[in-house]
Every structure is written in C-alpha cells, then in structure tokens.
Design a protein around this ligand. Structure first.
Ligand SMILES: *[C@@H]1O[C@H](CO)[C@@H](O)[C@H](O)[C@H]1NC(C)=O
Length: 455
C-alpha cells in the first residue's frame, strides 16, 4: 500500500512539474536592429508620425508607360489558369488598369483611415489605427491587432474594419484596430539586414502596441499573419488576451498527428474527425503529391533566390500583377484554375485587387516581401517557436477552401487553449477580404467567450 502511494505521489509530482514547466514556457527573443549600416549610439526617435498615401503625375505616367510596353504572350488554347495566369484574361485586367482603374480615388479610400509611421529597431513601421466613433456607455473599445500576409497587405482588412469598429448589432463588441504592414511589405521599411523572420516581426509589433499604450490586446492573422500573431502570443502570453487565426498549417507532425493520419480514415471518431475532415484530408496520394508540386513552386523560389526572381516583377507592373493575382485566384478556390478568367471577380472587385497590387508597385516591396520566405527557412526547421505550444486562448476559423485543411485535433496540438473552432460556411485563403462578414462574426463569437471567461 505504502509503495503504491509513493509511486502515485512521484508520478503526480512529475506530471505537476511537467505541466507547471510547460505552462511557463515563453518564447525568448533579443532586440534587433535593421537599419542601414552600423547602429547609431543615440537613442531611437520614438515619435509617432501621421502618414498619408500619396501619388503623383510622374508615378502614374511611369506606370502607364510600362503597362503600354507589355509584350503579351498568348496562352495555350484551352489552358485557362492551369499554366498560370491566363494571358487573354490578363489583357482585360491590364486594359481595365490602364483605362478605368482610378488610383487617385483608391488613394483617397486608403486614406479614409488614419495612417502612421514610427521607428522601431531602426526601420519605419507603417500601420493604420482605427478608433471607433461610438462606444457604448461604460465600456471601452477592445484593442485588436490584425496582421496580413503574402501577397496581401493591410488593405485586405478594409472590408472588415467597419464591421468591427461600428457593429450594427448593439450586443456586439466594439473594437479599436491596429493594422500594421509587416516590415518589407507595403509602406513599412524593408529590413536592411539578413535574418528578419516572423519572430522579429512579432517582437516589433509588441513594441508598436506598447508604444501606442496598450497593456493588453487581442490579435488576429491569416497567412504569415497567423505565424506573426502566434509568435506574439508565445513571446508575451500575458499581454495577448486572445488569438484568432484562419490559417494553421501543422508545423511539425507529432505522434498524435501521424497516428491520426494513418488511422483517421478507418476510425474517424477516435480523432474527432468530421466528414469534412475525411473529405479534405484523404484525396488519393497521387493527387496530394501532384497538387503540392503544382502549387508550391513560388515558395521554393522565394525561400531560395528572392532577389533574382523579384527583380523582373519590380520592373514590370504587368508581371507583378500576374504574379500576385494568380494567387488571389487559385488560393481563393483551386477549382478556379479551370475558369478562363480565374474566377477573380466572383469574389473580389478588380478595384480592390489592383489596389493591393498598387501597394506593392508604388512601394517597390515585392523583393523584400519575398525575402520573408527565405528568412523563414534560414535557420532550418528547428526554431524554438515551431515546437512550442501556445497557451493563450485561441479561436480558429476553418474556411472550406483554405490551402491546407487542419482538423480541430491538429489545431489543438499547437494551440492548447482552443476556445472556438468554427467550420466556416464559405471562403478561402484571403478570407478577411473575401468574407469580411463571416470573419467579423467569428471574431465576435470568440472574443465574447474569452471576455466572459475572464469575468
Ligand atoms: C516557417 O513557416 C512555417 C509555416 O507557417 C512554420 O510552420 C515554421 O515554423 C516556420 N519556420 C521558422 C523557422 O520560422
């Protein structure tokens, strides 16, 4: 009897020790400096400067001259979007861009929210900061940082912003939003030194939020934004009150994941797999291999020689639009590859798509945006954050046309405090832009639950 008690105590103690240890696991990081040349001895200028997007006749004349000099190459007959962006449809997009798209009007639209820049770790960080006009009496707005990915920008959130800052339902929470540009993207400076990865972006955004006076806040992200906000939760779990993501590719397949892949089809209940999980996880092996070879070439290029591949894109607006907008077609719905027009305007307007392209064009950021892939792989796959769980309350919005399907069980392997997992009715990879209403509803649902638990 005594030995049994002793054994139980030892085991219990061990579990307690392990749990306690894992509970206090926090990602460590060191300050960086990304400016040109050597770091100056003087303290950094921490002022926050208002910023406005601007344009000029010269900028537009240069753009039009380059567009007019494009050299169309006819697509193969009957190839739709299967060989990449269809050339015949591209000519229509280009003609719209050249003759009907009104960049000056879009610049005004971009400036409808207040933009700012501030220097952090030697580079200017750009963001929009949207405060709600009205807040119900006795409450304060809920701070939320929303982080974009590639090849997107802060503009992806323009449809979502009013839904979160001026919700029509009086029972909804009212948000105060910060949407930054990842350094190297849009109007944020590009780092001048090697090694700027998702953890560096996360650290810089924490510094930004601190500078803005937020003691605690929520975070939302898709694409790279999911990884940056996940790293933010790992760096400062007491400051990030909750994390909402719509992308969560499995970082490192562990034992649970592997066995669920092998046995999940035969014993779905064992792993909580739904019909959708089975349908999305088990296409035949051949299909899976072909699909991943077909759709991941861009990643290999960007993770190896971004400066080579990017240079042509930075010289040619048509080349840039082709490269970026192909993703908006295929990543919204892979079946769109079989449509002559890539289905682009089924979900987006050409005005919105070209505005995102113009953010890349006018800032000249395509190469620096591609480098983020290189830095993601530069230290191999053994970054501490990749194997570290997230303890912050998490909400996952599972969109049916997302690039990779992640069943609830797999999300829980990484996010240990998964508060909501919502199978969404419609939408793909650019969900915030494609389905802002659905995204707003899920963010509301998740944060209401976390706020309630806190009380
Ligand atoms: C690179 O990105 C993948 C996919 O988002 C992520 O799982 C992985 O942890 C990242 N690796 C590093 C070293 O940051």
């Amino acid at each position: 009897m005594f030995t049994e008690v002793l054994v139980a105590l030892v085991i219990g103690g061990l579990i307690y020790f392990l749990v306690q240890r894992s509970r206090t696991q926090v990602l460590k990081t060191k300050d960086g400096w990304w400016g040109c040349g050597a770091q100056p001895a003087a303290d950094e200028d921490v002022t926050i400067r208002p910023f406005k997007v601007t344009t000029s006749d010269e900028e537009l004349e240069d753009l039009y001259r380059r567009i007019d000099q494009t050299r169309p190459v006819p697509s193969l007959e009957d190839s739709q979007f299967n060989y990449g962006f269809n050339s015949q449809y591209l000519q229509k997009v280009v003609s719209y861009w050249r003759n009907d798209f009104d960049w000056r009007r879009q610049v005004d639209k971009l400036n409808q929210y207040p933009h700012f820049k501030t220097k952090i770790e030697g580079i200017d960080v750009h963001y929009i900061h949207v405060k709600p006009k009205k807040v119900p009496e006795g409450t304060s707005p809920i701070p939320l940082i929303m982080v974009h990915g590639w090849p997107g920008s802060f503009y992806e959130f323009y449809g979502l912003i009013p839904l979160l800052t001026e919700p029509s339902n009086p029972n909804d929470l009212v948000f105060e939003l910060v949407c930054p540009s990842i350094p190297g993207y849009g109007f944020s400076d590009a780092p001048h030194k090697k090694g700027f990865n998702s953890v560096c972006a996360a650290r810089i955004f924490h510094k930004l939020m601190k500078r803005l006076g937020f003691q605690q806040f929520y975070a939302h992200g898709g694409d790279w934004g999911y990884l940056v906000t996940t790293n933010m939760a790992q760096l400062e779990p007491k400051i990030v009150k909750g994390l909402h993501v719509n992308f969560a590719p499995p970082a490192k397949p562990g034992l649970v994941m592997m066995s669920s892949i092998m046995l999940g089809r035969r014993f779905p209940q064992l792993f909580g797999f739904t019909d959708m999980d089975i349908e999305r996880l088990y296409p035949c092996m051949q299909k899976l291999v072909v699909h991943s070879i077909r759709e991941t070439g861009y990643m290999h290029i960007q993770a190896t020689k971004p400066d080579t591949a990017g240079r042509g894109l930075n010289d040619s607006p048509v080349g840039l639009a082709t490269y970026i907008l192909e993703k908006f077609s295929t990543w919204t719905n892979s079946d769109f590859r079989n449509l002559e027009d890539g289905g682009l305007t089924r979900k987006f307007s050409l005005d919105d798509l070209l505005t995102n392209v113009m953010i890349y064009w006018t800032s000249g950021c395509i190469i620096s945006s591609m480098r983020f892939y290189k830095e993601n792989f530069s230290n191999g796959l053994n970054e501490p954050h990749a194997t570290m769980p997230v303890y912050v309350p998490t909400g996952y919005a599972c969109f049916p046309n997302e690039l990779m399907h992640t069943p609830k069980l797999w999300v829980q392997q990484k996010y240990h405090n998964l508060v909501t997992f919502t199978p969404m009715a419609r939408g793909g990879h650019f969900a915030a832009m494609e389905e802002p209403q659905l995204m707003a509803e899920d963010i509301q649902k998740f944060i209401k639950l976390v706020e309630k638990k806190k009380k």
